[in-house]
Ligand binder design. Structure first.
Ligand code: MF3
Ligand code: CO
Length: 264
């Protein structure tokens, strides 16, 4: 069953989704060459708890941290640890919070100084594909219209669309129905209904779309070690059109203030 949420429920989830954006902005202040991903995770967990929320990733099927930090060839679900961020890296940071019983889930890919032109292009196209997918979230459309829009845009640029992982419904739990694939056929799938809330999260590779899972059971990286980018928004489908409940605004303002980062 796909949950349909009222206006006030959507506003409650928006608060949680905005806290995720604030958390990612707080983390972004601290990104610089030499910082470990474990340090960034600690900053996020403290910030989330200081805001009376719970880091939902922590303990989810045994996941050990509050963030997923996925560098370069890591697509998603990189576990924070001793790996240091370095110049030229691209770093996807994914975060989820539960605030007053509502889950927000959002991700952003950051570029360190010295990032290649090709990696910036990958990031730009991935972020654009997210917005192109969101544009499809109107009543009368089906899920496949969204999936097809993301896939065709990314493949047109010669990129790979990861098949093994999907976006998802989001609400009281992080993963609700429906699954939201980043590939598919226009006209297929469930019809969008007023009150659906979905997390859309294209995971796009510069090379082949094949991925492997590391032996930690989580880390998902490209098989060919090509770079991958990942952005995620929570989106409510309403009769007035899509509403983006998460926000990159604070994150991008912080990037402009951090000399170690490049805004793509
Ligand atoms: N945004 C990711 C997802 O929707 C984050 C989940 S990481 C996990 O699947 F560790 F919590 F599983
Ligand atoms: Co998600």
């Amino acid at each position: 069953m796909i949950n349909l949420r009222t206006h006030s429920e959507i506003e409650s989830l928006r608060k949680s989704a905005l806290l995720v954006g604030s958390t990612l902005a707080e983390v972004a202040k601290k990104i610089k060459p030499g910082v470990t991903t474990a340090h960034l995770d600690k900053i996020a967990e403290e910030f989330i708890r200081d805001n009376n929320a719970i880091p939902v990733f922590k303990g989810y099927y045994g996941y050990p941290a509050s963030l997923c930090i996925s560098i370069n060839e890591v697509v998603v679900h990189g576990i924070p640890g001793n790996r240091e961020i370095k110049e030229g890296d691209i770093v996807s940071i994914d975060c989820g919070t539960e605030l007053n019983g509502w889950v927000g889930d959002s991700a952003y890919t950051f570029a360190l100084n010295g990032v290649s032109e090709e990696a910036q292009k990958l990031m730009k196209v991935t972020k654009e594909s997210l917005l192109i997918g969101i544009e499809q979230c109107i009543l009368g459309n089906r899920l496949g219209d969204l999936s097809y829009a993301i896939q065709s845009y990314c493949e047109k640029h010669g990129y790979g669309v990861v098949r093994e992982l999907c976006g998802h419904g989001v609400g009281r739990k992080m993963h609700e129905k429906p699954e939201v694939p980043n590939y598919g056929k226009a006209g297929n799938g469930v019809k969008f209904k007023d009150g659906m809330i979905i997390a859309i999260e294209p995971m796009i590779t510069m090379g082949d779309r094949a991925v492997v899972f590391e032996r930690d059971g989580w880390t998902c990286r490209t098989k060919d070690f090509s770079y991958a980018a990942h952005y995620e928004h929570d989106v409510a489908i309403t009769k007035d059109g899509p509403q983006i409940l998460s926000s990159f605004e604070e994150i991008e303002n912080t990037i402009k203030q951090n000399n170690n980062l490049v805004l793509v």
